[in-house]
Write a protein that binds this ligand. Structure first.
Ligand code: APR
Length: 256
């Protein structure tokens, strides 16, 4: 059950989305927590188990890939069995209603696509592909044997095609994302602490273009006080579901 105050804010957010010609979403690890994948910085998050300085940088991967693969195996085991939750499905519903354009995600878990989403920009890559840092060959994750560090035909240890700290965002995705949010009227920010750059510059770019920022998170973030117009506090699954219902209600009213 969504608290009354939040319900009022959901009404406001639904109005904004219904009036917006173009709405874009930016998602983070928080949207997949209800699918059984812990986020990074919350209590019990991945970076509590694995020190990002030892496991999350490209330097750490190059220096000791076997060690980093211990974390990667743990992550891919969780991601392999994870299913899209009501928040992922709700965004697909908004896309199907023509009320949501692109989804820019920091997540590598493929759950937006698994829910049926289209126009997904994978800002930090996707765990389902492996790449050889020597010869550039790519492989599907099916190649991974549990607990075994995967190697390329050329003998080099393979890396998941995801962005480690110290690596560039995949080519073209940053200007593409900036262009999208510079022409949107509303940005739906779901389940991100907005602590990692350059992804956390996207909401500011949207704001500079006078977009309304609607933020969904369990807790306030660095965006909430400085940038957010409507803050919907709660679990993404419940809040997105309630928001979609409200958009459908407003849509049906405008039709009659
Ligand atoms: N519903 C809504 N929000 C949630 C939920 C939930 N069920 N569970 C957690 N959250 C929120 C947390 O309060 C937090 O603000 O999601 C946010 C997750 O933040 P992070 O763990 O920092 O994840 P994210 O913002 O995606 O991290 C960005 O950092 O570690 C790197 O490359 C990694 O893509 C990742 C990037």
């Amino acid at each position: 059950m969504v608290r009354w105050k939040v319900q009022e804010e959901i009404k406001r957010a639904a109005e904004v989305i219904c009036q917006a010609q173009k709405t874009v979403a930016l998602t983070g690890a928080g949207i997949s927590v209800e699918s059984g994948i812990p986020d990074f910085r919350s209590p019990g998050g991945l970076w509590e188990r694995f020190d990002p300085a030892e496991y999350g940088t490209i330097q750490a991967f190059r220096a000791n890939p076997d060690k980093v693969w211990k974390m990667l195996h743990a992550m891919s085991a969780l991601m392999k069995k994870a299913q899209p939750n009501p928040a992922h499905k709700g965004l697909v519903r908004l896309q199907k209603m023509g009320k949501l354009n692109h989804i820019i995600t920091q997540n590598i878990d493929n759950l937006h696509q698994a829910a049926g989403a289209t126009h997904v920009i994978e800002f930090h890559g996707n765990y389902r592909t492996l790449v050889c840092l020597s010869c550039g060959q790519r492989f599907a994750t099916e190649k991974i044997e549990d607990g075994v560090t995967p190697r390329c035909d050329c003998g080099t240890i393979l890396k998941p095609d995801v962005v480690f700290f110290g690596e560039q965002i995949p080519a073209g995705l940053l200007p593409e994302s900036y262009a999208l949010v510079s022409s949107c009227h509303a940005l739906l920010v779901v389940g991100t602490s907005a602590e990692v750059t350059p992804a956390n510059t996207i909401p500011y770019t949207a704001k500079m273009a006078k977009a309304d920022i609607i933020e969904i998170n369990l807790m306030p973030t660095i965006l909430t006080e400085s940038l957010t117009d409507i803050f919907l506090q709660g679990e993404a699954g419940k809040i997105v579901t309630a928001l979609v219902h409200e958009v459908e209600r407003v849509q049906s009213q405008t039709r009659t």
